[in-house]
Design a protein around this ligand. Sequence first.
Ligand code: NAP
Length: 254
Amino acid sequence: MPLIGYGTYQTPPGITERCVADALKVGYRSIDTAQCYGNEHQVGLACSKSGIPREDLFITTKLWACHGYADTLRSIDGSLRKLGMDYIDLLLIHEPVGDVYEIYRAMECACRDGRLRAIGVSNFLNERYLDLINHCKIIPAVNQVETHVFRQQTELRALERQIGTAPESWSPLACGENNIFRNQVLMRIAEKHGRSVSQIALRFLVQQGIIVIPKSTKQEHMKENLAILDFELEPEDMADMEKLDAGRSLFGWW
Ligand SMILES: NC(=O)c1ccc[n+]([C@@H]2O[C@H](COP(=O)([O-])OP(=O)(O)OC[C@H]3O[C@@H](n4cnc5c(N)ncnc54)[C@H](OP(=O)(O)O)[C@@H]3O)[C@@H](O)[C@H]2O)c1
């Protein structure tokens, strides 16, 4: 899975095809969507019209409102139909709701029969994550949780590292909240490296092995967010940014 992907949360279906097409054009190959975003069909259209071979793309989607085994299998087929694809690279349980053991068991089954290449979870914080680990056969490949400079998830990431789940950040730019683009610490480090605040905030995560999926509707921002692999933050930059962690959600969901 690429370390940098493109997010589509709150991208209205009417502009999703154009946004995803732009993201693919500037070089993204990993796209994050979800059943509840209502834009899987438009993501699929942009992918098929791009002419990029399917095996070069990495498509993540997330289950919504499933309750158990049978409806999860139907829901997976629904996503495949909407995406117009015959497999999904990564399927996540969007949030720990419903009979997650049975939902995950259905995902394991679809993983074995090839409809899913990998499976994982989202918004499974410490206890919920550990509980699933004790009940599953396939270790979640990924746990996608709110992670940005203001909420760094240090404890959960240490746990995931021991177990073998890759950490993935949602809202790596804090969804633009908390005045992130005018933050004094980030602005100082950005100036020092001749980079943008966005690049510094994303590099901070990627440099720790955290997968990021920033979202932008603008091509120049998409490009900027992708261009973060050719420089390195110094230990003192990392230490200053670690101090920005407030240890709580900016959104009050999980
Ligand atoms: N699993 C979950 O529960 C969950 C929850 C939330 C999000 N997600 C996933 O995570 C993805 C990313 O999170 P997000 O969409 O909440 O927000 P985000 O990527 O943290 O931030 C997006 C905001 O930052 C702005 N932005 C992006 N690049 C910029 C740049 N280079 N310079 C200045 N502004 C920039 C965008 O505005 P412009 O359009 O103007 O660039 C937008 O307002 C989502 O799209 C979704 O795929 C998952």
